[in-house]
Design a protein around this ligand. Structure first.
Ligand code: EPS
Length: 358
C-alpha cells in the first residue's frame, strides 16, 4: 500500500493517492465524513476557527461503489483560506516553525498558512486512513482507536475508552473535561500554545504482521507517526519508560492462557504478537503565536515576529484521528505484505495455542 498526499493549506485543493488497495471494497464519499469531522477545525473553541467543508471527491479507483484495485485518488477543495493573514510574515521565519528549514532547503516557500507544513495536510491522511480502517475491520476485525493521553502537564485521572468520543479533546476521562476546558481557555487567552500526547491502540491484530529487520512493524509505525506535522516523539508499548525498568519487570509473562501483561505494546522483534497494539505520539506546541518572539527575516534582519490568523492553541487536540489513520495505514500495508509472503493469516498456525489479549 502506498499513500501520498498533495496540496497546500491555501492552494485550491488538497488530495491523496492510495495505491494498492485490494479490489472489491465498497467505498462511498459519505464514509469519509465521520473521521474528517473528528479531525476538522472549528468544532470547538479550542481549535482553529477556520471552517472547511472537507467534502471528499473520489476521482479514481472506484467503479460503481467498489474499489477496482487501481490507484484511489481523493480530493478536497479548500474553501476558507485567508491568505492575507500571512502577508506580514511572508518574509519572516516563525521561530519553531518549518518556515526556516523549507527556506533553507528550497530557497523559496509558500508563505500562505503553513503550505505543506500546515495541519491542513493531515486531512488527507485521515481520508486515506478511512479506507484502511474499513478494510482492516471487514477483513480481520481489527479496530484502531485513539485518545489523548496528555495535554501540557495534565494526564487522565481515570480511563474509559467510551468517554473519548464524547468530548472535543478525545480525553478518556469525562469527569476531567471541565478542567481541560478551563486549562485551554486560560492558555488561549494568554496567547500561548501547548503540546499533547496521543495514544493509539489496535485490537485483534493477528500475530505475524511486520518484518524482522527492514520493515519492522514498530519501525514503520514510528516513521508513519513521526511523519505527521508537529510530531516530535513516538513510543511503542512502554517506550522510554522501558529505560528505567528491569528485564524481570519488562518481559511479558506467557502462559497457555496468553500474555499476562503488555509492556511490549503488542510487538516483539518488529512483528505483531496478537496482543493489543499500543503506540503513542508527542505533538509539539504550535509555533504560530500572537506573542512576539525574536527572530530573523529572509533579508538577514533581526526582528520581532508576531503571527496573526487562525491557529490551534494545541494541535494535538485534533490529532487523535490523524494518528489512528497512520496506524491503520501501516497495519493494512503490513497485512498485505504478510499475505504476499506467508499467505492468509488464517493459514498460519498460531505458535501459542489459546493466545488471548492481555
Ligand atoms: C494551521 C493554521 C490554520 C488552521 C490549519 C492549521 O490554517 P491557516 O492555514 O488558514 O492559517 O486552521 O488547520 C486546517 C486548516 C486544517 O484543516 O487542519 C497551522 O498553522 O498549522
Amino acid at each position: 500500500l502506498r499513500v501520498t498526499t498533495f496540496g497546500e493549506s491555501h492552494g485550491p485543493a488538497i488530495g491523496c493517492v492510495v495505491d494498492g488497495c485490494p479490489p472489491g471494497l465498497a467505498l462511498a464519499p459519505e464514509e469519509f465524513r465521520h473521521d474528517l469531522d473528528r479531525r476538522a477545525t472549528g468544532k470547538s473553541r479550542h481549535t482553529s476557527a477556520r471552517r472547511e467543508a472537507d467534502e471528499i471527491e473520489i476521482l479514481s479507483g472506484v467503479y460503481e461503489g467498489r474499489t477496482t484495485g487501481t490507484p484511489i485518488a481523493l480530493l478536497i477543495r479548500n474553501t476558507d483560506a485567508r491568505s492575507k493573514d500571512y502577508n506580514s510574515i511572508a518574509e519572516q521565519f516563525r521561530p519553531g516553525h518549518a518556515d526556516y528549514s523549507y527556506w533553507q532547503k528550497y530557497g523559496l516557500r509558500d508563505p500562505r498558512g503553513g503550505g505543506r507544513s500546515s495541519a491542513r495536510e493531515t486531512t488527507m491522511r485521515v481520508a486515506a486512513g478511512v479506507i484502511a480502517k474499513k478494510w482492516l475491520a471487514l477483513r480481520f476485525g481489527v479496530s484502531v482507536r485513539g485518545y489523548m493521553s496528555q495535554i501540557g502537564e495534565l494526564t487522565p485521572e481515570g480511563f474509559d475508552l467510551d468517554a473519548v468520543e464524547g468530548n472535543p479533546f478525545f480525553w478518556p476521562h469525562a469527569a476531567q473535561v471541565p478542567a481541560l476546558e478551563a486549562y485551554m481557555d486560560a492558555l488561549r487567552k494568554s496567547g500561548d500554545s501547548v503540546g499533547a500526547r496521543v495514544d493509539v491502540i489496535a485490537d485483534h491484530v493477528p500475530p505475524g504482521w511486520g518484518e524482522p529487520i527492514y520493515g519492522k512493524l514498530d519501525g514503520e509505525l514510528a516513521a508513519a507517526l513521526m511523519s505527521i506535522n508537529a510530531v516530535k516523539g513516538v513510543e511503542i508499548g512502554d517506550g522510554y519508560a522501558s529505560v528505567a525498568q528491569k528485564g524481570s519487570e519488562h518481559r511479558d509473562r506467557m502462559s497457555l492462557a496468553g500474555f499476562a501483561s503488555n509492556h511490549a505494546g503488542g510487538i516483539l522483534g518488529g512483528i505483531s504478537t496478537g496482543q493489543r497494539l499500543h503506540c503513542s505520539a508527542a505533538f509539539k506546541p504550535t509555533s504560530s503565536l500572537r506573542l512576539p518572539v525574536r527572530g530573523v527575516d529572509v533579508h538577514g534582519n533581526e526582528i520581532d515576529v508576531v503571527t496573526t490568523g487562525r491557529h490551534d492553541p494545541c494541535v494535538g487536540i485534533r490529532a487523535t484521528p490523524i494518528c489512528e489513520a497512520m496506524v491503520a495505514l501501516v497495519l493494512m500495508d503490513q497485512a498485505l505484505r504478510h499475505r504476499a509472503q506467508c499467505g492468509d493469516v488464517g493459514e498460519v498456525t498460531p505458535r501459542i495455542p489459546g493466545q488471548a489479549d492481555a
